[in-house]
Design a protein. Sequence first.
Length: 74
Amino acid sequence: MTDIEQTCKELAAAGVHVTGPFHDATGAFHQAGDSGRVIGTHPQRASYGSFAAFADPYGNRWFPQEITEPMPGR
């Protein structure tokens, strides 16, 4: 996903309650809980640095991640 802000807008327009975009204060995102989340995209828009979060109707949690430049081999 190359633009997390646009993704959040599209999810919200589809009626999905989405949290984000956000980045992690420590630089390493941990999916458990909201601790360390900073509202807004990663300051340098680093690849793999910005996220969103939402749950589907079945309770599954999803964390879209912004990838501006894929890691080698991906």
